[in-house]
Write a protein that binds this ligand. Structure first.
Ligand SMILES: *Cc1c(COP(=O)(O)O)cnc(C)c1O
Length: 427
C-alpha cells in the first residue's frame, strides 16, 4: 500500500470521507491531490486527463497560473468588505463583465444555485411591478429533466425523484413542460401570469440534451411576443464550453467576445453564469440583465455577504481574459468536431456505444445499456485505470467535458484511451 504525502493511503482518505462526510455524493474511487491544465494527479502520483472539468467549472484548466496569480495577489490585500461599503474591485469588475456579455447590469452572487434563485426573484418582482401580474400569481415555466441547482425552491421543479423526494413542502408558481418542444411552450404562454421561461441551452446534467437548431431563438421570440422573460441558465454551457461564448450565441462564430451577429444571435433577458466564470478556483456566479429588468431590485431587497467580494472580482476578470487570450471558444469548437467524429468512428466499431451528441467540448456518449445498468459506471472505472476521468450522468450516459485548454494532440491521446477502453471492455 503506497503512503501518500499526507501520510495516508488512498483507501484511508476515502474511508475518512465515508466516515465523517455526509453521503450526498457517490464519487469514483480516485483520490486527487494536484491539478495542472488538462491533468490531475492522484495521491499515488498517477496522472489522469480530466474529462469532467468539475462539471465545466475548470474550462480554463486546473490552477491556471494567471488566475491563481490574480487570486493570490488580491487575497494578500483585501478579501471581503461586505456590500455595506464600496470596494475598489467591484465597480471595475461590474463594468468589465457587463461589457463582456453585453448587458446593462450585473448582480453578483457566489454559487450557481444562488444565481438561479436570484433570477427567479428578479423575474417575479418584474412580473408584479412591470408586467402587471396580480400579487402571488406569477408563473415561471421550466423544462422537464432540468438541472438548476439544489435549493428547496429549485428542486421543487426538478423531475428527478432523488432531487425532490421528501424535501417538500415546496413553493408554488412553477410549471414544467417538455424540453425542445415549442408547441408546449406556446400553449403555456397563453397564460398571462407567465413571467419567465427558465431554460438550459443544452441540458447538461440530463445527459447533454442538445435541442433543435432553432429552438432557443424561437422560444426567445415567442417569449418576447408575450412579454415573458427568457432566462438562460448558462452556468454549464456558457463561457466557451460549447464553442461559442454562450450557447445562446448559436452558430455565431466570432472569436473573442461576442460581436452579436444578428442572424444567429439573440440575447436572453436574463443570463445566469457560474462555474467557469471563475475558472474553477473560486465560487463566483452572476445574473446579467438590462436596466428595465434589473432595476426592480432596490437596496435591502436581495443580497449576499460574499457576493461581489474583491477576490471574486479579481478572479472572474482574469478568468474571462484567459478565455479570450487563449482562444478557448475556437479551440472548443474545433476540438469538439474532431472529438465527435472520432466517437462516430468508434460507434461504427463497437456495439457498446449507441451514440455521441454535444456541442463544442460538451459531449456525451450513450451506452448500450438500460439507465439502471452498471456498464457506464464500470466503463468509467476502466477509463480511470487507463488514465482518463469521466463520470456517468443518468445511468447509461457518460459526459465528456475536458478543460478547453486541451491541445489536439492531447485530445487524440484521450480518444485512444477511450477507444482502447471501449474495445477491451468485457460485458
Ligand atoms: C452546476 C449547475 C447549477 C448549480 O450550480 P452550483 O454552483 O452547483 O450551485 C445550476 N445550473 C446548471 C445548468 C448547472 O450546471
Amino acid at each position: 500500500m503506497t503512503m501518500t504525502h499526507s501520510g495516508k493511503t488512498a483507501e484511508e482518505l476515502m474511508s475518512l470521507e465515508d466516515k465523517y462526510g455526509a453521503h450526498n455524493y457517490h464519487p469514483l474511487p480516485v483520490v486527487l491531490d494536484r491539478g495542472e491544465g488538462v491533468f490531475l494527479w492522484d495521491v499515488n502520483g498517477k496522472r489522469y486527463y480530466d474529462f469532467l472539468s468539475a462539471y465545466s467549472a475548470v474550462n480554463q484548466g486546473h490552477c491556471h497560473p494567471r488566475i491563481i496569480g490574480a487570486m493570490t495577489a488580491q487575497a494578500g490585500k483585501l478579501t471581503l468588505t461586505s456590500r455595506a461599503f464600496y470596494n475598489n474591485m467591484l465597480g471595475v469588475y461590474e463594468k468589465f463583465v457587463t461589457g463582456y456579455f453585453g448587458y446593462d447590469k450585473v448582480l453578483p452572487m457566489n454559487t450557481g444555485a444562488e444565481a438561479v434563485e436570484t433570477a427567479i426573484k428578479i423575474c417575479r418582482k418584474w412580473a408584479y411591478e412591470k408586467k402587471g401580474v396580480a400579487e402571488d400569481q406569477a408563473v415561471i415555466v421550466v423544462c422537464k429533466q432540468n438541472f438548476h441547482g439544489r435549493t428547496t425552491t429549485i428542486v421543487s421543479f426538478s423531475s428527478d425523484d432523488d432531487s425532490r423526494k421528501n424535501f417538500g413542502p415546496f413553493p408554488s408558481g412553477f410549471v414544467a413542460i417538455p424540453y425542445n418542444d415549442l408547441s408546449s411552450l406556446e400553449k403555456m404562454l397563453e397564460n398571462p401570469n407567465v413571467a419567465g421561461f427558465l431554460v438550459e441551452p443544452i441540458q447538461g446534467e440530463a445527459g447533454v440534451n442538445v435541442p433543435a437548431e432553432d429552438y432557443l431563438r424561437q422560444a426567445a421570440s415567442m417569449c418576447k411576443a408575450k412579454k415573458v422573460l427568457f432566462i438562460a441558465d448558462e452556468i454549464q454551457t456558457g463561457i466557451a464550453r460549447t464553442g461559442s461564448l454562450l450557447a445562446t450565441c448559436g452558430n455565431c462564430s466570432c472569436e473573442k467576445k461576442c460581436e452579436r451577429q444578428p442572424s444567429t444571435y439573440f440575447k436572453a433577458d436574463m443570463l445566469i453564469l457560474g462555474k467557469a466564470l471563475a475558472g474553477g478556483v473560486y465560487p463566483v456566479s452572476a445574473v446579467l440583465a438590462d436596466d428595465e429588468v434589473m432595476m426592480v431590485i432596490k437596496p435591502g431587497q436581495h443580497g449576499s455577504t460574499f457576493g461581489g467580494n474583491p477576490v471574486a472580482c479579481a478572479v472572474a476578470i482574469e478568468s474571462l481574459n484567459v478565455v479570450n487570450d487563449e482562444s478557448l471558444i475556437k479551440n472548443a469548437r474545433e476540438l469538439g468536431k474532431v472529438f465527435r467524429s472520432e466517437m462516430e468512428k468508434l460507434i461504427a466499431e463497437s456495439p457498446l456505444i449507441k451514440l455521441v451528441r454535444g456541442k463544442g467540448l460538451l459531449n456525451a456518449i450513450v451506452i448500450n445499456d438500460t439507465p439502471e445498468g452498471k456498464t457506464a459506471w464500470n466503463l468509467c472505472l476502466k477509463l480511470a485505470e487507463n488514465g482518463l476521468l469521466a463520470k456517468p450522468t443518468h445511468g447509461n450516459i457518460i459526459r465528456f467535458a475536458p478543460p478547453l485548454v486541451m491541445t489536439e494532440e492531447q485530445l487524440m491521446d484521450c480518444v485512444s484511451i477511450i477507444r482502447k477502453t471501449v474495445l477491451e471492455y468485457k460485458v
